[in-house]
Design a protein around this ligand. Structure first.
Ligand SMILES: Cc1cc2nc3c(=O)[nH]c(=O)nc-3n(C[C@H](O)[C@H](O)[C@H](O)COP(=O)(O)OP(=O)(O)OC[C@H]3O[C@@H](n4cnc5c(N)ncnc54)[C@H](O)[C@@H]3O)c2cc1C
Length: 379
């Protein structure tokens, strides 16, 4: 038996794959329903959806199709990335989690709601179910329990306040261009950015993350500066892990996946698709362990290609965070002269930056960015 703590996308993806490989799996979810509360914008890349074969799950939960992004510097320089085809989907995140959970259950996984992992000692998991203590006997434990992972604490992995940004998001009503995501850099969003992700012409997910310590105040500065009004419903506030993917994510019979393991893109905070990719690597590593006695720690090695992408996201984030508002404006001006928008429209990839970083210097218009590239690689 494998016990998975957390019925988010990574927990249910791991459970489904384990069941398909023939291993009994139980998912513990502390809430009374899967997919509640929603702390997410629900923007995922079309390329990732194809690669992970999630088209059906997305069709069931689709709210909008996105063709590109308008990215603004603090002083309103804009870099525009545009494609004629869909580059990303906006999904109903709560429904998406429920569809993935249904897939895991159909594959044979058990789901126990209202059941919170409290502690793990060897092959015993201590849980709280409706206020009562219970135990679950298990061979392996997967911590897919999100950004504030209890499992990570139990493994003794330390994180600090600086390893997270605080996000605040509302669903706003107003007038929006449904085809484009907007991203804004500015002092109101220290070490991150603000976003407008349209659900339709009339509704958008408007949010911001920062490390200032007062994200609600940052958010009100942003919305008043951008003149965003209308009714704010569905407010949410949560942390996003921003850093390198964690090391030491296998200890004895316990493993981490998803936000719990910092398998999140440090550029955008997105963790749904790369988390699901990691969950499948995890399930395959567990299968190889149970079937062939391969070391569980192989999971970490098997994540190395994914981790290279995540480290590149982290490098880009560190490079951006060094810049003040004036430097960011100057960078955007240089990017526009170098036709970065055109380049990203042709080669950009939201999830896997290695797919375009290597191509940057192959375009003559981009050569003017050479000094910035040197600074980037020295970061
Ligand atoms: C404001 C915001 C916007 C975001 N927007 C995007 C986006 O547009 N695109 C994107 O890709 N990513 C986005 N993300 C990140 C994305 O939400 C996460 O990366 C993703 O949810 C990680 O999935 P997970 O399964 O690892 O964790 P989670 O989705 O957090 O799931 C963890 C589950 O574990 C349960 N749980 C926690 N502790 C216990 C316990 N002790 N016992 C039992 N159950 C427990 C929780 O209830 C939860 O159901 C956003 C995050 C935030 C905060």
């Amino acid at each position: 038996m494998v016990t998975v703590a957390g019925a988010g996308p990574t927990g249910t993806a791991a459970a489904k794959r384990l069941q398909e490989k023939g291993w009994d799996t139980i998912i513990l979810e502390e809430h009374s329903q899967v997919g509640i509360p929603v702390n997410c914008t629900g923007l995922i890349s079309a390329s990732g959806v194809e690669e992970l074969n999630l088209r059906k799950e997305v069709e069931e939960t689709l709210m909008n199709k996105i063709r590109g992004a308008q990215i603004f510097s603090p002083n309103h320089e804009m870099v525009e990335v545009k494609r004629s085809e869909t580059v990303a989907y906006v999904i109903n995140r709560g429904n998406f989690d429920r569809v993935l959970a249904r897939g895991a259950i159909e594959a044979g996984a058990q789901l126990r709601l209202n059941t919170k992992l409290i502690d793990v000692r060897n092959e015993t998991v201590f849980v709280e179910h409706k206020g009562r203590g219970e135990i679950v006997k298990t061979k392996l434990v997967v911590g897919a329990d999100g950004v504030n992972s209890k499992t990570r604490n139990i493994m003794g992995i330390k994180t600090a306040f600086k390893d997270f940004v605080h996000a605040y998001q509302v669903v706003a009503t107003g007038k929006f261009d449904p085809k484009y995501v907007q991203v804004f850099f500015g002092d109101y969003s220290k070490d991150f950015f603000a976003w407008i992700v349209p659900e339709s012409e009339e509704r958008a997910r408007v949010g911001l993350a920062s490390t200032s310590g007062n994200v609600r105040k940052d958010f009100s500065v942003f919305v008043s500066e951008k003149n965003i009004s209308g009714e704010f419903c569905d407010k949410c506030s949560s942390l996003i892990p921003i850093g390198e993917p964690l090391k030491g994510i296998v200890k004895d019979n316990i493993m981490l996946v998803g936000d719990a393991a910092f398998q999140t893109k440090a550029t955008s905070g997105g963790g749904i698709l790369l988390g699901i990719e990691a969950a499948r690597i995890l399930a395959d590593s567990i299968d190889n362990h149970l079937r062939n006695n391969a070391p569980l720690k192989n999971y970490e090695k098997n994540c190395s290609t994914l981790n290279n992408e995540l480290r590149l996201h982290w490098k880009i984030r560190q490079y951006m965070n060094q810049k003040n508002e004036d430097q960011m404006d100057a960078l955007f001006r240089k990017m526009n002269k170098a036709k970065v928008g055109e380049f990203l429209s042709q080669f950009g990839d939201m999830d896997k930056p290695s797919r375009f970083v290597g191509k940057i210097m192959t375009k003559p218009s981009m050569w003017r960015l050479f000094p910035e590239a040197v600074k980037f690689f020295r970061t």
